[in-house]
Design a protein around this ligand. Structure first.
Ligand code: HEM
Length: 214
């Protein structure tokens, strides 16, 4: 595992030799860039009468952004929008936006999530640049990475943990399985809200703005 060089240097100086082509600097995230469709999604979600199992169609758009720096910290990433519907329906079943980020210096992957239930989260995991499988976790209560919900969700459907496992099958296919641990008011046991899907590529990504205008 690479050591974290950020905590031993001047916090204002940005790296000077940044390669602006994000698509060739995404480490294990490089295979996820582009537009994807999944027809095999399965969701286990909480209902009053118990867990509900629902098939879903997944549309995920992941596009490279320009390299980002926080002083010496350098991150490459993809901005994403995930839109989910039930088969044969138009109405949104689940919507999610955020970033997948790769920090080459520390071999760290970050996923940020915002969902229109009034909830945000940031998960983290480690992987080598050539990894084909990786796992990220966010834990409620952590102040670096973590989970933050609106007061209704916090009281009645508290999210304690969120993990996502990604598997890259080949250049045209990847899959995920995520587990969200909900503490639901009135239930003795935690509820495991599970979502999994296999995504097939439908379009290549566009280059990030700086790479396009270089
Ligand atoms: C493919 C991904 C996902 C799908 C399709 C999905 C779908 C759903 C559905 C259908 C419900 C029940 C809605 C209702 O009856 O009102 C639900 C509840 C919930 N989901 Fe998800 N979800 C996904 C991922 C996530 C993630 C990643 C999180 C958080 C990290 C999350 C947090 C919640 C919470 C807190 C609830 C309880 C609120 C409620 O039932 O009203 N979900 N989800």
């Amino acid at each position: 595992m690479t050591k974290d060089p950020l905590f031993s240097q001047d916090i204002y100086t940005e790296p000077s030799d940044v390669d602006v082509n994000t698509l060739t600097n995404l480490g294990p995230l490089r295979f996820m860039a582009g537009r994807w469709k999944g027809a095999l999604g399965i969701d286990i979600n909480p209902k009053e009468q118990g867990p509900e199992r629902q098939a879903y169609l997944d549309y995920v758009d992941l596009q490279p952004i320009d390299p980002q720096t926080n002083g010496p910290q350098l991150l490459y990433g993809l901005r994403y929008h995930q839109h989910i519907v039930k088969p044969g329906e138009v109405e949104t079943y689940h919507d999610q936006v955020g970033y997948w980020l790769w920090e080459p210096a520390t071999e760290t992957i970050i996923q940020t999530l915002a969902i229109p239930r009034g909830q945000v989260a940031m998960a983290v995991g480690k992987a080598t640049p050539d990894a084909r499988e990786f796992e990220l976790t966010a834990q409620r209560g952590d102040t670096t990475y973590g989970i933050c919900s609106n007061p209704f969700l916090e009281k009645f459907f508290r999210t304690d943990k969120w993990t996502i496992k990604v598997k890259i099958h080949d250049a045209k296919r990847w899959s995920y399985r995520q587990e969200t641990t909900l503490i639901i008011e009135g239930n003795k046991e935690p509820f495991l809200h599970i979502d999994e899907s296999v995504l097939e590529k439908i379009a290549e990504p566009n280059p990030n703005p700086l790479a396009e205008h270089k």
